[in-house]
Design a protein around this ligand. Structure first.
Ligand code: GLY
Length: 422
């Protein structure tokens, strides 16, 4: 089998790393990939959001299955593009079609879906420019902090949480006035939920699903969960509070009703569903859905899958996931993300990375890296994820931090408290 993985981050490197271990996989192509995937397959110069470029790569390289890493191609309709193209329609693409990807692409759709399927989530209302006055009135019925979300994709910046009512009103107005472009044409205001967040993942062929390991990621840039939000500064799996009892609630109250809701609404979902959950005094609530795997969660959940991951991918492609096996490593995996100085604001690129060959006992998943002649240089905000196994969180973290310390580039930064709260 020849596989094409679309994307260029740590998640895509982790997928490539795992699939490269499968006997059934002949060649892996990654579009566009990074310096880590370069060592495991063939990086292709393509833009995953340019479907004609993807098509050319699929045909030229005789691709049998396409796996989509990031959300944007999915919400833009890459699955539908494949189904509507005579030369691509029989090539399975792992990732939901445009209608199903609205679970991530439209917060308004997701909240309405959750509500009509009686899946636990916070109270909310959505507004547009014509209902600005009602938005202000609704804000005044809530107590702080106020949660304001742009309906569409806003490069991870579309969720704002503020304590001050006047700031909240200004934020709603700014979003509706185009702060995030078309993504803010609708704005969702929701009740704040207090608890600890976790990420739960399934892979589904539209009929049944397999539960993947859960994870907790660390979103803020600063130690002690302070400062600006990032794509994720590290992650841990398993999550100690997500015990059997809690995960049963997740299955019964959230995953099963989501699958039933999709089926009742005629949506055949093929791919990954990422449930962004919050544990409120022992009860799980949905904060958001994503139509993909998480990053850096992938860098801790994929290393915990003991069985051949291609079996699951093939199960989605053929629609026979029910008969496939998944076995999970009970050990902990932690990852520590090394980022460029200045991230998540502005940062420099092209810094040489040193010490990659000095590490021992971790897997280095590349995120924002590229090859330049014989050296590896930074090419993004999140640069490398250092993932390690251990019989406890502490043991795994010790290895991740020991190896993280051996890697250097100008401006290098990492959080030093990943997993300390668990
Ligand atoms: N780590 C959060 C995400 O992938 O959206």
């Amino acid at each position: 089998m020849n596989i094409l993985i679309l994307g260029s981050g740590g998640r895509e490197h982790a997928l490539t790393w795992k699939l490269a271990q499968s006997k059934k996989v002949k060649k892996i192509f990654i579009g566009p990939g990074n310096a880590g995937t370069y060592n495991l397959g063939t990086n292709l110069k393509l833009d995953p959001e340019n479907f004609n470029e993807v098509k050319a790569a699929v045909l030229e390289n005789k691709i049998d299955i396409v796996i989509v890493g990031p959300e944007a191609p999915l919400t833009m309709g890459i699955h539908d593009f494949f189904l509507n193209d005579i030369t691509l329609k029989n090539i399975p693409l792992i990732g939901p079609d445009k209608s199903a990807a609205r679970l991530e692409g439209s917060k308004d759709f997701a909240k309405a879906f959750l509500t009509r399927n009686k899946i636990p989530t916070s109270a909310y209302k959505s507004f547009d420019k014509t209902t600005l006055k009602e938005a202000t009135a609704f804000l005044r019925t809530l107590s702080p902090p106020y949660v304001i979300k742009a309906d569409g994709l806003a490069a991870g910046k579309g969720v704002v949480i503020v304590d001050d009512i006047y700031e909240a009103e200004k934020e709603v107005e700014a979003m509706l006035n185009g702060k995030f472009g078309p993504a803010g044409q609708k704005v969702i205001i929701e009740q704040f939920l207090k608890g600890i967040e976790l990420s739960v993942f399934i892979i589904t062929d539209g009929f049944t699903y397999k539960l993947l390991p859960e994870a907790k990621d660390y979103k803020r840039i600063g130690v002690g969960d302070t400062g600006l939000n990032t794509g994720g500064m590290g992650a841990v799996s398993p999550v100690p509070f997500a015990d059997h009892h809690f995960m049963n609630k997740v299955k019964q109250r959230i995953i099963d009703p989501t699958m039933k809701g999709l089926s009742d609404e005629g949506i055949v979902y093929k791919g990954f569903i990422f449930f962004g959950l919050i544990n409120v005094e022992g009860d799980p609530y949905v904060i958001e859905y994503n139509a993909r795997l998480g990053d850096p969660e992938s860098e801790v959940i994929i290393p915990r899958i003991k069985t051949d991951f291609f079996e699951l991918i093939e199960g989605v492609a053929k629609g026979d996931l029910a008969g496939r096996k998944i076995e999970i490593d009970e050990r902990f995996v932690t990852t520590v993300m090394l980022v460029s100085g200045g991230y998540p604001g502005t940062y420099d690129k092209g810094k040489s990375i040193h010490g990659l060959d000095l590490t021992h006992g971790s897997v280095l998943f590349h995120a924002g890296t590229k090859k330049e002649a014989d050296t590896v240089v930074t090419s993004g905000g999140r640069v490398l994820a250092v993932s390690s196994w251990g019989s406890s969180i502490e043991e795994a973290l010790k290895i991740s931090y020991r190896n993280a310390d051996l890697i250097d580039f100008e401006g290098r930064y990492c959080r030093t408290d990943i997993g300390f709260d668990l």
